[in-house]
Design a binder for this molecule. Structure first.
Ligand code: 9MR
Length: 562
């Protein structure tokens, strides 16, 4: 694909809304004019001037901006830098990101554990069932009175975390919180949002059906003996590059701890609240969630300082566990999130007693290890309904706006005209999720202020993810003229099909290059990416990155479908 298109023009390869902002980045400083042409007829529809040159703060490279927002007629176009370079064709149309949103949610279906994926739903990515997970061993680090070492439990379903086949509560936490919040923020949008999954016709939004697949697994991770929640369900070591059904190693649940339990509390509290509205579809599920949330909360109250430290664990227990650690050593933010969800679901304000909100600071962007913002979002969403203390709710709202305003500072000067990437810090492991989560924060700022500058910047980050970034890749598999073809994703590698499983968001540039792959072509923060399956540090996929992608694309569709 796309070899004859210029690598010097960077734009959202999926397209643009008729009335939305339309920006491309043109590398170099020599040219000063550009044209937008109708792709079929070649007729020029817009004659534009490039901006003054800008210097990239990461690479020192020079580029200019082409703004063609005034082109508003639906159609297929190409952008040409006069006499030199030509972009791949792109579309201008209403609902232009609908398919992106649907595919990104469908990405979760492809990650389902304990289920065969037939042609009917999975197309050419059909595969056999992987991991029944009905004979899971209790690791020596996780025993309780009723469950001694090597006791066997059933813990089926859920989603594979990423390119590997393990299931981690901490990372499921932020993922579920993001998807469930998307539902609570835009419920009517999901009435008619079909991703062609087995449950599509059950009268429940597909978004919730998908989340319930993972919820049912999460509920099995609470030890009924004491109410603590296991950190993860995992092989001792990562599988090779095999299909899920070929993976046969024994799996364990390992050490209960405070952050995992509080993440579980937050998710089950939120799910319990939402599922009350679907009692006739899932009798008893809502209650089971709330009961589990209360149990977890009580365990965490009694055990407020237990953290997962894999190295320490391996000194004490066998077998050694060397899969993803998600070792969070600070539970302050998990307390905020869990308390917020418990309060919103039970309406008992006591849950907030003794919880410290860091309200004087701008919102901390959500990551798997910092989930405080998810609590803020929920309290803001329900502040009126809960008749919340107006001082606290005012502070929470202020922190979201403060954070968003900081993002917007100097947006006009950025080489890619995005809030993403202003500082090198944005390019952490899974930087695509930073872009998506910034977009979500901006959309909350929009909801609070109704100022369209925030939605515009959020859309800019979606443009970033779909191609207006220094790698030139559209970072969602299955989309774009320059596609990610080799994600670090076991099924995509092992299935013998050229196209990777679609709807999965690549982690994106990460100058850490912890995978030591030899195919990186740049060390600059915004370019440190390689479309190579060796690259778990820049080109893996993960559920906690896909969830904010679903949120951003769907919410933008809900807000500006025209
Ligand atoms: O997303 C995680 C990132 O923040 C950490 O720096 C990294 C190293 O610990 O791990 C990432 O999570 C991986 C997890 O440990 C195992 N499954 C794949 C995840 C994505 O790479």
């Amino acid at each position: 694909l796309a070899q004859h298109f210029s690598p010097d023009i960077f734009l959202n390869q999926v397209g643009f809304y008729p009335a939305g902002q339309k920006i491309a980045v043109v590398a170099g400083e020599k040219q000063s004019a550009f044209l937008v042409k109708d792709a079929a007829s070649g007729k020029t529809v817009f004659n534009g001037k490039l901006s003054e040159p800008r210097t990239n703060q990461h690479s020192g490279k020079i580029s200019r901006i082409a703004d063609f927002s005034t082109v508003q007629k639906s159609g297929k176009y190409v952008l040409e830098v006069t006499g030199l370079a030509k972009s791949a064709p792109f579309e201008i149309k209403a609902k232009v990101h609908r398919e992106v949103a649907e595919a990104a949610l469908k990405g979760f279906y492809y990650q389902r554990v304990s289920l065969p994926l037939p042609d009917k739903f999975a197309g050419k990515w059909a595969r056999a069932e992987g991991h029944q997970d009905n004979k899971i061993l209790v690791h020596a680090s996780a025993v309780s009175e009723g469950r001694p070492e090597n006791a066997v439990i059933s813990s089926s379903k859920g989603w594979y975390d990423a390119g590997d086949y393990n299931k981690y509560i901490v990372n499921s936490g932020i993922t579920m919180g993001t998807l469930l919040s998307l539902y609570e923020d835009y419920p009517s949008f999901f009435e008619d949002f079909n991703t062609n999954i087995p449950e599509s016709n059950n009268g429940v939004p597909d978004l919730l059906d998908e989340a319930i697949w993972n919820l049912r697994w999460m509920l099995t991770m609470l030890d009924p003996g004491d109410g603590g929640v296991y950190h993860k369900l995992t092989n001792p070591r990562f599988d090779g590059m095999i299909m899920p059904d070929a993976a046969k190693n024994p799996r364990y649940v390992v050490q209960k701890n405070t952050p995992a339990t509080l993440d579980f509390v937050a998710v089950t509290a939120q799910a319990g609240r939402i599922l009350k509205g679907f009692e006739n579809k899932f009798p008893g599920l809502s209650d089971s969630c709330i009961t589990a949330a209360v149990k977890g909360w009580e365990w965490a109250k009694k055990n407020p300082d237990i953290y997962y430290n894999q190295d320490e664990l391996n000194k004490k227990f066998d077998p050694d566990i060397v899969t993803g650690a998600y070792g969070d050593r600070n539970a302050k933010d998990e307390w905020v999130w869990a308390a917020a969800e418990m309060y919103a679901s039970t309406k008992k304000a006591d849950y907030l007693n003794g919880i410290s909100f860091v309200t004087e600071k701008p919102l901390p962007l959500p990551t798997w290890s910092d989930v405080q913002a998810l609590g803020y979002y929920t309290l803001i969403r329900f502040s009126d309904e809960l008749k919340m203390d107006s001082k606290l709710s005012g502070q929470l709202k202020e922190s979201v706006i403060k954070f968003s305003d900081q993002l917007l500072v100097d947006l006009e000067k950025q080489p890619y005209h995005t809030v993403m990437g202003k500082t090198a810090r944005d390019y952490s492991w899974g930087s695509s999720s930073v872009a998506a989560n910034q977009g979500i924060a901006l959309l909350y700022a929009f909801k609070l202020t109704k100022n369209p500058k925030y939605t515009k910047a959020a859309l800019g980050n979606l443009d970033y993810l779909l191609g207006r970034n220094a790698t030139g890749y559209c970072l969602l598999t299955g989309f774009g003229s320059k596609r990610v073809m080799h994600p670090h994703h076991r099924p995509s590698i092992a299935d013998g099909i050229a196209d990777p499983v679609p709807g999965l968001l690549s982690g994106g540039p990460n100058p850490g290059q912890q995978d030591k792959c030899t195919t990186y072509t740049s060390k600059f923060a915004d370019e440190s990416f390689t479309d190579d399956d060796c690259s778990y540090a820049s080109n893996e996929i993960a559920i906690n990155w896909n969830a904010p992608m679903v949120y951003l694309a769907a919410a933008i569709e809900a807000l500006m479908a025209t």
